[in-house]
Design a protein around this ligand. Structure first.
Ligand SMILES: [Zn+2]
Length: 154
């Protein structure tokens, strides 16, 4: 299921990408009508805190997740109630540009990553679009920890 975050939800979009969701993020210069067109055209679930936009999306029979919280953890939790997370998808997309990651050999990235990471990690991925490099360890730990927190009942 593909997602579209409105322009107020940039941090949430980053996290949803890290969780493996194909997540588009609307730039500030796209208006509500453009946003709804994009959701429809690319068949994306719209995620928004804007009640008016929510209403317009529902009128157009688009699938939309309306958030009520400004807190990132609560927002993530609300999205995951509607759209379950597949743990196997964690860290399969670039958090910056949403491009699927590709694995890359350690010796091809060693000049671009900190020495202490090189010493402890064997598996690396990179984004073929923006070249950001990812590895197991801190990234994945951070994501899993966050998701574990979200699963606990409040
Ligand atoms: Zn990228």
């Amino acid at each position: 299921m593909k997602l579209l975050c409105d322009h107020m939800l940039g941090t949430l979009a980053t996290w949803l990408r890290l969780c493996g969701f194909d997540t588009a993020y609307a730039s500030a210069n796209i208006d509500d009508a453009g946003l709804l067109d994009l959701a429809q055209k690319e068949n994306r679930v719209l995620i928004t805190r804007d009640k008016q936009l929510l209403h317009r999306a529902q009128t157009r029979k688009l699938t939309v997740v309306g958030l009520t919280s400004t807190d990132l953890d609560e927002q993530l939790q609300q999205v995951l109630w509607h759209i379950p997370l597949d743990p196997a998808r964690i860290l399969t997309r670039c958090s910056v540009c949403n491009t699927p990651l590709e694995s890359i050999e350690k010796n091809r990235v060693k000049e671009h990553i900190p020495q202490k990471v090189l010493a402890h990690q064997e598996t690396f991925w990179h984004c073929p679009h923006c070249n950001k490099i990812y590895w197991e360890g801190s990234h994945v730990d951070k994501i899993r920890k966050k998701i574990d927190i979200l699963k606990k009942p409040r």
